[in-house]
Ligand binder design. Structure first.
Ligand code: ADP
Ligand code: MG
Ligand code: MG
Length: 196
């Protein structure tokens, strides 16, 4: 049952996992972007944590919509509207106590919304390169955390086609995409907490 205590644990662990890795995300973004991804995500997720009591009290769909709006307002950069769209679409698509199949389907819809918002596709060295294989694993089987971690590693040899990293062209090759890494951290935290 996804009760208030569980919603609180999910939101809190997911937010903290990224906040605790802010320096790493910043270092990744220093290599192929403008060095603010860790700070952007930390600012947004600290705003989420500041609202934790009220968020955990809401049914999951409402909590996700509220988190999405906070991310759009507080994260900024390219990733704020994209993570905001992801969370808001999940809020629209998920029931209050989702099954694994519900999660796979809703994440598939949310990925399409992110693609539309970012004018991006899979294979362009972005967060989508982690989110898409995770949706696939949720639907067809596989450990989402392991899939996400491998998918983030797999962005290292990719050439960026979207986002700031694309300005570097071939020089974006050889570095992990920061948004792919933040997505993998979120997926790992959420799936570890959901299993408990
Ligand atoms: P900014 O690039 O504006 O400084 P961030 O550093 O916070 O924003 O976020 C960068 C991350 O956002 C990238 O690593 C990438 O994963 C993701 N991203 C950027 N543009 C797009 C896009 N068009 N579609 C999907 N993801 C994107
Ligand atoms: Mg940046
Ligand atoms: Mg920026």
């Amino acid at each position: 049952m996804l009760d208030e205590a569980r919603r609180r644990a999910l939101i809190e662990t997911a937010a903290r996992s990224v906040i605790d890795h802010a320096d790493e995300l910043t270092a990744l973004d220093q290599a192929i972007g403008d060095g603010d991804h860790g700070l952007n995500m930390k600012r947004g997720l600290e705003a989420v944590l500041a609202d934790l009591d009220s968020l955990a009290a809401k049914p999951l769909p409402d909590a996700l919509k509220a988190i999405g709006m906070t991310l759009v307002m507080k994260v900024g950069g390219a990733s704020g509207p994209l993570y905001g769209t992801l969370a808001m679409t999940l809020g629209k698509e998920l029931p209050a106590d989702p099954t694994r199949a519900d999660l796979g389907r809703a994440l598939g819809v949310a990925i399409e919304a992110v693609k539309a918002r970012g004018k991006s596709e899979i294979g362009q060295k972005t967060m989508l390169d982690v989110l898409a294989p995770v949706a696939d694993a949720l639907t067809h089987g596989g450990d989402p955390a392991a899939v996400a971690s491998a998918a983030a590693e797999a962005t290292i040899p990719m050439k960026a086609i979207r986002g700031r990293a694309s300005f570097l062209g071939d020089r974006s090759i050889g570095h992990m995409d920061p948004g792919a890494r933040s997505s993998a951290l979120l997926v790992a935290a959420i799936s570890q907490t959901a299993e408990k």
